[in-house]
Design a protein around this ligand. Structure first.
Ligand code: RB5
Length: 149
């Protein structure tokens, strides 16, 4: 798989761990920035990765800001994006298995590098379970159809 990565200045340190986890699993990645410590706005990086996922440039995305909150809120404003803000391995697994998340958001000031790598691995290794969970995700699609103009 090819994974799109985006972060603000609050996610720079954790981004290194995320890249390590992706490459250790044998996947490819594209880094949409930011690349330095200077203060930037997380919605800009959410937008780059969401477009990449929606246009099929990458298969899944990983976003990182200070808490994971702002960047996940921004990502979920894009029709077709299911971004899960996760803080432990179980949530990372469930986001893929039950919610068919196409992006996870991590907090660079929340998770340490060891935990971040475990969450990335769970997210990328877990398949969507389908079945009753597909019915629920289909309902999310229908909500989008009704509410996104
Ligand atoms: C930036 O200081 C910080 O607000 C941002 O990284 C993120 O935590 C927002 O949700």
């Amino acid at each position: 798989m090819k994974i799109g990565i985006g972060c603000d200045h609050g996610g720079i340190v954790l981004k290194g761990a995320v890249i390590e986890a992706i490459t250790e699993l044998g996947h490819d990645y594209y880094d949409y920035g930011t690349f330095g410590e200077e203060s930037v706005d997380y919605p800009d990086y959410a937008e780059k990765v969401c477009h990449a996922v929606l246009q099929g440039e990458v298969d899944k995305g990983i976003l990182i800001c200070g808490t994971g909150i702002g960047i996940s809120i921004a990502a979920n404003k894009f029709k077709g994006i299911r971004c899960a803000h996760v803080t432990d391995e179980f949530q990372a697994q469930m986001s893929a298995e039950h919610n068919d998340a196409n992006i996870i958001a991590l907090g660079g000031r929340v998770s340490d590098v060891v935990l971040a790598k475990k969450m990335v691995k769970k997210f990328l290794e877990t398949n969507f379970a389908g079945g009753r969970h597909k019915n629920r995700v289909d309902k999310i699609f229908r909500i989008e159809e009704k509410n996104f103009h």
